[in-house]
Design a protein around this ligand. Structure first.
Ligand code: ADP
Ligand code: MG
Length: 347
């Protein structure tokens, strides 16, 4: 999923050039609102504060993102999360409040989905290594062994002591499906303490449309076309004060011997989930919920995933199927405009 609203600046610049205002353009462009982007949380994270952005605010926001990365990353060796994993089956590890909150939220989604979403999926994610430089198809026996290490009910949280413990040696947490959502909410919480009224936060496709556009109109957020290269849109969601998160087969995948393997894995059989879905987009008030739910609902599949979203009062969903059909909850479809004629909306 990518943003569409950035195009106005380029168009405006072109208009100025055509009008022969090149000098003025240089001056004005230096002040033009600009998104800031950095590589953090394993992806490109961009924040646009529009006319209210300042280097000081951007620095504070990005330094918080780096801090979350240093705490919650499953791929870096020296994070708090890595310490929990290294001490699996040995002893509980003290954790900061943010990590405790994310692990607790992840366990709630694991319970809600009866383990289709499971933050102890770490050993399985590591052996496929999809998204790394060396992805591979593990042997069936290896997959079986890794799957047997997955069980969210073996995560012990001690709120008083602020510790997390994995009961069995070899277990490992992976918060890749939820940490970016938490991080986006953190940025919102920080912005709420400032006078900044509007922002687009895009943490690798994990989007928050904060506030409204200057005249109060909703933001228009493009939904990535799951069949095409990045940057083409399936349709547009018009929303305000919402987070939009998509989990899809195109987000991160490996091509091995001509076959594609994507990164949302079944906690049942250990292989990439295959259920007729190309992508699931969740629209929710909190990005943590949108992020966790997009992966959860993708893993559950259409029927169970839709039932789960409908049982909650804070989320809406759009499903894109391999046969190019699109379905969703009525509220989500009311916000959505289909742009690509290869797809059809099923009410
Ligand atoms: P993205 O990383 O593109 O934002 P997701 O939010 O859907 O996409 O998260 C996918 C990541 O979550 C995987 O890369 C992996 O780290 C982890 N993951 C994969 N399958 C599951 C699952 N069934 N339950 C929980 N986490 C998962
Ligand atoms: Mg997710």
């Amino acid at each position: 999923m990518e943003l569409r609203h950035t195009g106005w600046r380029i168009k405006w610049v072109l208009r100025c050039v055509r009008g022969g205002l090149a000098c003025l353009l240089l001056v004005t462009c230096a002040k033009a609102p600009k998104a800031q982007a950095e590589l953090v949380l394993g992806t490109i994270c961009s924040i646009n504060l529009y006319e209210q952005g300042s280097p000081r605010v951007y620095e504070a926001l990005f330094s918080r993102l780096h801090e979350i990365d240093r705490t919650m990353s499953a791929t870096q060796g020296d994070t708090v999360l890595a310490r929990i994993n290294q001490n699996a089956g040995i002893h509980p590890v003290p954790v900061p409040p943010d990590l405790l909150e994310v692990v607790e939220a992840a366990l709630r989604y694991a319970a809600l989905s009866q383990g289709a979403f499971d933050p102890t999926i770490g050993p399985l994610v590591q052996c496929w290594a999809i998204g790394s430089e060396n992805p591979r198809i593990p042997e069936a026996l290896e997959i079986e062994a890794r799957v047997s290490l997955i069980d969210w009910q073996d995560v012990v949280i001690d709120r008083e002591a602020a510790t997390v413990f994995l009961r069995r040696a070899g277990m490992a947490l992976d918060l890749g499906a939820i940490a970016k959502g938490y991080a986006a909410d953190e940025i919102v919480r920080m912005l709420q303490k400032t006078r900044i009224k509007r922002a687009i936060i895009d943490l690798g496709g994990n989007i928050v449309a904060y506030g409204t556009k200057p005249q109060g109109e909703p933001w228009r957020i493009g939904i990535q076309n799951p069949l095409n290269s990045r940057g083409t849109y399936l349709g547009i969601l018009a929303v305000q004060h919402k987070s939009i998160v998509t989990s899809g087969v195109y987000e991160r995948f490996a091509e091995i011997d001509g076959k594609r393997y994507h990164h949302i894995l079944s906690t049942q059989d250990g292989y990439p989930v295959s259920n007729g879905l190309l992508a699931v987009t969740i629209i929710a008030d909190r990005s943590l919920d949108a992020d966790a739910l997009s992966t959860t609902v993708f893993a559950l599949g259409y029927a169970k995933g839709r039932a789960l979203v409908e049982s909650l009062d804070h989320a809406e969903v759009i499903f894109v199927f391999e046969d190019n059909q699109i379905r969703g909850t009525p509220v989500a479809l009311a916000w959505f405009t289909l742009e690509d004629p290869h797809f059809s909306l099923i009410p």
